[in-house]
Design a protein around this ligand. Structure first.
Ligand code: ZN
Length: 320
């Protein structure tokens, strides 16, 4: 998604606060859930930065939102009915093999928003440490796409400059994505601002390699072209000792789009391309033994796409 100040209305914020006070509820902390999964020789870990609800009517304008109530399995991890908010988690992904460490995405970074209603914030750097990765151990860094909530930790502040955060990594940037966002930056569009903070300094430091399409990194890890959400959007495919997983970035923002891939999501650069990409992905990965990680899915996070009687597709998390 593009992080354009998702703010709940005052009424929603009050409702959330009141409900929390009345029932002693707190948003579930990602720390309560599993953070590492193994597929053959490959381990996937998530490094959480924050979770927060985003108004469903703003994420999916014009959609028949009663679908959230018709799919109660979305509560509590993916939808908060009290505030009618889609729960988005912001996180980085570490893909480790015996030979390398790949880091995908990386939240807002040092530009993390100040507290939002219902937000659960964590220390990204503490969580990185807990995942047992030192910044200099990262061999490859890539971003599913260049929206500001995915590229923040590409760089860090060094005096008045920005420098690459992953000091020894080669950054694998999709060429189309670079061109698309460089153009936005040159035109002074808001999404260009984060390009100048989190992408350009990496290119200027000479540590970025431009890639076109897929890139096989060996050991059962492949960077996978999944255009749709943005023109150069990518995922990561894992296939090791017969165990398979796909990190599909922002192809889906909420599991509701697995039920309703035809919905328009406000964050897609081109609604037709987004829809086409979701349908293609669902045709490929429904009822197959592949674990799916979507960038913003929180709670138990990992799951599979399965079809129910009648053909309706849902997201089944590996643990409830
Ligand atoms: Zn996003």
């Amino acid at each position: 998604m593009q992080a354009s100040a998702p703010v709940l209305s005052r009424r929603h914020a009050l409702a959330l606060g009141a409900a929390g006070f009345a029932f002693g509820l707190k948003p579930a902390r990602a720390a309560d859930y599993q953070r590492s999964w193994t597929f053959g020789d490959v381990t996937v870990s998530r490094v959480v930065e924050m979770s927060a609800p985003y108004p469903a009517d703003k994420a999916f304008p014009g959609a028949a939102l009663e679908a959230f109530d018709e799919n109660p399995w979305l509560v509590p991890h993916f939808y908060d009915p009290k505030v009618k908010g889609v729960i988005f988690t912001y996180q980085a992904w570490i893909v480790r093999t015996p030979k390398m460490v790949l880091l995908m995405d990386g939240g807002f970074g040092e530009a993390m928003p100040k507290e939002r209603p219902g937000m659960t914030a964590e220390s990204f750097l503490d969580n990185l440490k807990a995942a047992k990765v030192a910044p200099d151990q990262v061999n490859y860094a890539m971003n599913s796409h260049f929206h500001s909530d995915h590229i923040g930790w590409n760089t860090r502040r060094d005096g008045d400059k920005r420098v690459p955060m992953w000091g020894k990594a080669r950054y694998l940037f999709d060429r189309t994505e670079v061109e698309f966002f460089a153009k936005a930056a040159a035109a002074g569009q808001p999404m260009g601002a984060s390009f100048n903070v989190s992408i350009k300094p990496v290119i200027d430091a000479g540590v970025a390699d431009l890639i076109d399409g897929d890139r096989d990194l060996g050991d059962g890890v492949r960077i996978l072209a999944l255009p749709g959400h943005t023109p150069g959007h990518h995922g990561v495919a894992i296939d090791s000792k017969g165990k398979r997983a796909v990190l599909c970035g922002d192809l889906f923002h909420s599991p509701i789009e697995i039920v309703h891939p035809e919905w328009d999501v406000v964050f897609d650069y081109d609604k037709n391309e987004g829809r086409k990409a979701r349908n293609k992905f669902l045709d490929q990965y429904t009822d197959v033994d592949v674990t799916i990680f979507a960038a913003h899915f929180g709670g138990p996070t990992a799951g599979k796409i399965v079809s129910e009687k009648g053909g309706k597709r849902v997201f089944k998390t590996l643990v409830p």
